[in-house]
Design a protein around this ligand. Structure first.
Ligand SMILES: Cc1cc2nc3c(=O)[nH]c(=O)nc-3n(C[C@H](O)[C@H](O)[C@H](O)COP(=O)(O)O)c2cc1C
Length: 203
């Protein structure tokens, strides 16, 4: 066992440790709009649920070095207080990856990737029509964990509406094979969600 002190390790190496250790990570494919209504779409794998009552999800945007430290997604959430999380199934993997290109704020990643925007019910950012499950969210809180390059700014949002493809649902249970979600490992590696096992909780 090797003990590693983060204070002695460069930020990009700490990042490698974390994305190698915290696996697999689900992917929030986040759609937003800026104050003028320009659309944005980007994936975030520092993503999870924070509670179900009320339903709250969170994702973390990392801080860059250089003149534009904050990701467009974060700037848009700050400006509008709204976002949509679209779940990424394997069929969307390549297009999801295209939207992670570091492009100028005025670039619409829906156009870049060829994905289809459809109107949300309650928030301005559109949903990704090709995504089989989506969550319309209202900003709950932004937690600036660190403003250093590589630091995280955590965005928490309350889910105002869930959208799930009918064919996935048995009551409120979602069929994981039909959802076919992917997760992210380290670097360019992803996982499928077909290899599962069941283990009932102890009484
Ligand atoms: C699968 C995947 C997961 C990613 N996860 C994160 C993440 O959790 N946090 C982050 O800041 N960037 C993450 N990125 C990089 C962003 O998607 C990328 O910086 C993107 O250009 C940000 O877009 P924006 O500036 O339009 O918000 C990820 C990229 C990929 C492909």
């Amino acid at each position: 066992m090797r003990a590693l002190d983060p204070a002695q390790i460069a930020a990009n190496d700490i990042y490698k440790l974390m994305i190698g250790m915290i696996v697999p990570r689900p992917i929030a494919f986040v759609s937003t709009v800026d104050a003028a209504g320009v659309r944005n779409l980007a994936p975030f794998s520092y993503f999870t649920a924070c509670g179900s009552n009320p339903p709250v999800v969170c994702f973390s945007t990392s801080v860059r070095s250089g003149p534009r430290p904050y990701k467009d997604t974060l700037e848009n959430v700050r400006a509008t207080g709204q976002f949509v999380v679209n779940i990424v199934s394997e069929e969307l993997a390549a297009q999801m990856n295209m939207t992670s290109a570091e492009v100028a704020p005025e670039v619409d990643e829906f156009q870049l990737s060829g994905l289809t925007p459809i109107a949300s019910d309650l928030v301005k950012p559109p949903r990704v029509a090709e995504s089989k499950a989506q969550m319309e969210c209202r900003l709950f809180q932004i937690v600036p964990v660190s403003d250093r390059p590589g630091g995280g700014i955590l965005v928490l949002g309350e889910v105002l509406r869930f959208h799930v493809l009918d064919s996935l649902l048995d009551g409120y249970k979602i069929d994981p094979d039909k959802l076919n979600a992917i997760g992210r490992m380290g670097g360019p590696t992803y996982v499928r969600t077909h290899d599962r096992f069941d283990m009932p909780r102890p009484k």
